[in-house]
Write a protein that binds this ligand. Structure first.
Ligand code: HEC
Length: 121
């Protein structure tokens, strides 16, 4: 009986301190629309999809983070210099966690579905 109580207490304490697993939102039609608008307003000024512009090609950026979406979310929330000999640091208004997750989910989706009509130019 005492053991059972101990187990219940242990499990509850674990649940209390469990860190939320990292999950990206599902790419719904609504998310696509919102992410595309955000991209056009906040990213397109510097990035082109497949070529260098005022920033490295977005496709290469997303490929770089394909296995590490959490790293991309972190970067968008706190951009720090990544290639100081080639590029200036990315000067943008840092994204909120929700915005960063939305953009990461959408850009990874576009990388896998390059024929999507919403793909940035
Ligand atoms: C003012 C110009 C500018 C805007 C606007 C901009 N970027 Fe960038 N971005 C850059 C530059 C410059 C770099 C290269 C930075 C570096 O290497 O440190 C970069 C790099 C990146 C990288 C790659 C970072 C890495 O680890 O190599 C990602 C991902 C990225 N941008 C996403 C975005 C997204 C998403 C938006 C829109 C929310 C955006 N950028 C808006 C200029 C911009």
């Amino acid at each position: 009986m005492k053991l059972r109580v101990a187990v219940i207490v242990f499990v509850s304490v674990c649940a209390l301190f469990a860190v939320d697993a990292f999950v990206l939102p599902p790419v719904t039609p609504e998310l696509k629309k919102e992410a595309q608008d955000y991209y056009n307003n906040e990213c397109k000024g510097c990035h082109r999809w497949a070529r260098k512009f005022a920033a490295p090609p977005m496709r290469d950026n997303v490929e770089h983070y394909a296995g590490n979406p959490e790293g991309m979310v972190r970067y968008l929330m706190h951009p720090t210099p990544q290639h100081p000999d080639e590029w200036p640091a990315m000067e943008i208004t840092p994204l909120t966690e929700d915005q960063a997750k939305m953009m990461t989910a959408w850009l990874l989706y576009i990388l896998k579905n390059p024929d999507d009509p919403g793909r940035p130019k």
